[in-house]
Design a protein around this ligand. Structure first.
Ligand code: GRF
Length: 202
């Protein structure tokens, strides 16, 4: 059984989708620990609902990004996880952190990268009159939302729809795609070699 650590900052709807997939055996792995950098977020309630061990490490309690990241690594590395999953984790990570977990760290980002790294992706896609919007799952390196892309999911923007509706459509795609990618990584069908994503036949 592979071991996963999930990092969150908020709602945790992706965490829930991943936990469900582990519970029903679609992902052959167990979530060993959930870490949130915010206390009192819904994601922590979701962790409890699935009986997952969780810890809060608040970034405000550290003087530098590096010290915060070191505190994260002190919790993560002893677990010897096969995969560390960023699921709405809203912190920029230091080089030391991404290097320590090279090839074992993935993120989901709500845009069709390389379009719109960073925040407010939905608003930018709509304001620019884009026809399509979507999500990207990628390995994490030291560039913000810039690591090797594993897969993407796209939808057509309906300009008449509210931003809230667009976000909910985007999240539906996330909840389908992220668990599937994690399952494929856990089964050894996807991996990172020499900074390139490798896909093996199922
Ligand atoms: C997701 O849309 C993800 O793409 C982005 O933050 C959001 C997190 O949602 N990075 P949740 O906390 O999983 O509900």
């Amino acid at each position: 059984m592979k071991k996963i650590v999930v990092l969150i900052s908020g709602g945790g709807s992706n965490l829930e989708a991943i936990a469900k997939a582990c519970q029903i055996g679609n992902i052959p792995a167990s979530i060993e620990l959930v870490i949130s950098n915010q206390s009192n977020v819904k994601g922590l309630e979701r962790a409890k609902k699935f009986h997952l061990m969780s810890k809060v490490i608040e970034h405000q309690n550290f003087n530098t990004r590096e010290e915060f990241d070191q505190a994260l690594l002190e919790q993560i590395l002893p677990i010897e996880p096969d995969l560390v999953v960023l699921a709405g984790f809203m912190r920029i990570l230091s080089n030391d952190f991404t290097e320590a977990l090279n090839g074992k760290l993935i993120n989901i980002h709500p845009s069709l990268l390389p379009d719109y790294p960073g925040l407010n992706t939905h608003k930018q896609a709509v304001e620019n009159g884009d026809l399509m919007h979507g999500i990207t799952v990628h390995y994490v390196n030291n560039q913000l939302d810039g690591g090797p892309i594993i897969t993407q999911g796209a939808l057509k923007i309906d300009p008449a729809q509210s931003e809230a509706k667009l976000i909910s459509r985007i999240q539906k795609i996330e909840h389908a795609v992220y668990p599937k990618v994690i399952a494929d990584i856990a089964k050894g069908y996807i991996g990172l070699q020499d900074d390139e994503v490798k896909f093996e036949a199922e």
